[in-house]
Design a binder for this molecule. Structure first.
Ligand SMILES: Nc1ncnc2c1ncn2[C@@H]1O[C@H](COP(=O)(O)OP(=O)(O)O)[C@@H](O)[C@H]1O
Ligand SMILES: [Mg+2]
Length: 256
């Protein structure tokens, strides 16, 4: 897969995202909510980072801001060598299209398109031609090669989410953001999708940031950032040798 890895500008420590002193407030006066309250964090390239924390702790806000879907009140975000705070909506749209992949809880596939057409959509929409070898390889790895001609309604939830993962991977984005990707799946389908995200990191060198409130899902990550009240309250690296054990046993025993 090395040939598919684009050479990109490197940020210090090879962080693909460097967020510094982020604040985000909604509303004004007595109605003011400080959703992010001084968040600084680097996201390492080719690693799987989970962002966890209670409901309302700022996980989605952080993801939306670093992915350029929303703007911060103050602070700096360098994404793949580009300072994105201060970019126009048009520039942000372009940046998202070229450098970011998304996986949402609700799959967000287009119902009238086949699985294959959904997967190549980000490439065709930005005027490119899909790399058929890469698409075939991804579909093999994701176990959905035999489902390419089906529409989303003919696929299980787990298959739909794997199509969404393939769609996110095919444009070779600098980062994939997944917001509660297993939220609508049973535990078995959820485990398959998490295994796919894990493999995309291990085998394709993909960078993945996943927001989840599920501690089981977080065990697939290399690193867990915990938010509470808009702040990072914990930043833990997983024990490297524990990862395989967690995937094999599903228990996460020996992870930390
Ligand atoms: N559009 C919005 N308008 C006002 N308050 C918001 C908005 N979005 C989020 N918030 C508030 O910001 C805080 C963080 O929300 P969020 O990032 O969605 O948390 P999480 O994803 O961890 O559940 C919460 O108090 C939430 O109510
Ligand atoms: Mg959320």
């Amino acid at each position: 897969m090395a040939a598919h890895t684009a050479a990109r500008a490197r940020t210090p420590d090879d962080d693909v995202i460097t967020a510094t002193a982020l604040t985000k407030t909604y509303g004004r006066g007595t109605a003011e909510v400080r959703a992010l309250d001084g968040v600084s964090a680097g996201i390492r390239r080719a690693r799987f980072t989970a962002v966890v924390g209670p409901s309302g702790s700022g996980k989605s806000t952080l993801m939306h801001c670093v992915a350029g879907l929303d703007t911060v009140t103050s602070g700096s975000i360098v994404l793949d060598g580009t300072e994105i705070t201060g970019l126009s909506d048009r520039q942000l749209t372009r940046l998202r299209r070229k450098r970011i992949g998304f996986v949402f809880q609700s799959f967000n596939l287009l119902p009238q398109l086949t699985a294959y057409e959904n997967i190549v959509l980000p490439v065709t929409m930005s005027g490119g031609r899909p790399d058929r070898d890469l698409v075939d390889h991804l579909c093999d790895v994701l176990g959905i090669a035999h489902r390419m001609a089906h529409r989303p309604a003919e696929l299980s939830g787990g298959q739909q989410q794997r199509v969404a993962v393939a769609r996110a991977l095919v444009a070779r984005p600098a980062v994939i953001f997944a917001d509660e990707p297993t939220g609508n799946l049973d535990s078995r389908a959820g485990a398959e999708v998490l295994t796919m995200l894990r493999r995309s990191v291990d085998e394709l060198g993909q960078t993945v940031v996943m927001v989840t409130h599920d501690p089981t899902a977080a065990r697939y990550a290399d690193r867990v950032l915990t938010l509470a009240d808009g702040r990072v309250v914990r930043d833990e690296d997983a024990v490297p040798t524990g990862r395989a054990a967690a995937l094999v046993t599903g228990t996460g025993a020996g992870r930390r």
